[in-house]
Write a protein that binds this ligand. Structure first.
Ligand code: TRP
Length: 350
């Protein structure tokens, strides 16, 4: 069972990130980024939100593309309202201590548990020709991301909950071996009872960037693109009997409506499904209208940041400085605990 916390107390340290992939879709928005912004606004706690560009390397092996993705992801964070004055926003690769912690944590991660990780199994099935050790130790690097700031609450989507559980496994093991509570337990955090899962437009599964591009609505999609994609979304041939249960494809459309449309619209279309008068074209028109209304201002704000590269650099720099301060404190303490120290003479003299 995955443990999900719904509370933040005064000692909590909030840490989360997203892989930079360049194509940020509404699944990423509702599953992660929106919550990041909300947490910064709702809580006074220290918070760290980063762009996982090292994690991106496991599958994203083109330098120019990665740079572009990182820039767009940072612009997306800012455009979606993550406030760099109230939080620490940075690139993972700007904080070298994370890679050092990753090395240490690898000693506390067991091969068997890494091989059993659901996302690892999915990735090797999708990519049988590149089963690299970076994929295997992906959860260890995530643990380093969180533990480097002694994070205790990690807002993530459902697909990441197993990884957060693994962070606890690694940190508890390290604490136990060194008989010291260096790290507290990190818990996945969610605002509501259920993690939001945004469905794919192709009728099954969750929205994903790796599937066919028409199955995901991107935050940078134009109004026209959004409309086109929604109109192409899979449906069925329509209910033939009154009060039929929703098919998966149609349930997906209602799930999307729940994100963008108002209660009245949703009830209207639900009722018209139940009495078999529904016209999917009308539903899609309404959904497209509401989705565009919602996404357009986000897109415009993101584009504004994309067009200000100097500002992006400045924000990344000041975020890195704050993140390195916090990270270096943890790594110094840990080196000492592990019996490592940069003070060579001290080491051999006692
Ligand atoms: N794996 C996460 C994702 O794909 C991104 C991530 C990297 C992350 N490191 C993290 C999330 C640490 C939370 C905490 O979305």
């Amino acid at each position: 069972m995955t443990t999900i916390s719904k509370t933040i107390t005064k000692d909590d340290i909030i840490v989360s990130g997203a892989r930079s992939t360049g194509v940020i879709h509404i699944g990423n928005y509702f599953g992660a980024i929106r919550n990041f912004a909300k947490m910064i606004d709702d809580f006074e706690n220290p918070s760290f939100f980063f762009i996982a560009d090292w994690h991106a390397l496991t599958t994203h092996q083109d330098a120019a593309l990665l740079k572009d993705s990182v820039r767009k992801t940072l612009a997306t964070y800012l455009g979606c309202g993550l406030d760099p004055n109230k939080s620490t926003i940075y690139l993972q690769s700007d904080v070298p201590a994370i890679s050092e912690l990753y090395l240490y944590l690898n000693m506390f991660a067991h091969l068997g548990e890494l091989e059993r990780t659901a996302t690892f199994k999915e990735k090797i099935a999708a990519n049988p020709n590149n089963i690299n050790a970076g994929l295997l130790t992906y959860p260890v690097l995530m643990a380093a991301d969180v533990l480097i700031h002694k994070g205790t609450k990690v807002p993530v989507g459902k697909d990441q909950a197993q990884h957060i559980e693994m962070i606890r496994t690694f940190s508890n093991r390290l604490n136990r071996v060194y008989k010291k509570e260096i790290f507290k337990e990190a818990l996945a955090y969610s605002y509501s009872d259920d993690f939001v899962t945004v469905p794919s437009l192709n009728g099954s599964g969750k929205m994903s960037k790796s599937d066919d591009p028409n199955s995901a609505i991107l935050l940078l999609d134009s109004d026209k693109d959004i409309e086109k994609k929604i109109k192409r979304a899979k449906t069925d041939t329509g209910p033939t009997e009154k009060n039929s249960p929703l098919t998966q494809e149609v349930k997906n459309l209602f799930d999307l409506m729940a994100l963008f449309s108002n209660e009245e619209q949703i009830t209207y279309f639900k009722n018209s499904y139940l009495d078999c008068s529904i016209r999917y074209g009308d539903l899609k028109n309404q959904l497209a209208l509401d989705a565009i209304q919602f996404i357009r201002p986000l897109r415009e704000q993101i584009e504004e940041y994309i067009n200000k590269p100097n500002l992006l650099v400045e924000i990344a720099k000041s975020g890195a400085e704050k993140a390195n301060n916090s990270a270096n404190n943890t790594i110094e303490e840990l080196r000492d605990t592990l019996g490592l120290t940069r003070k060579f003479l001290n080491k051999i003299s006692n």
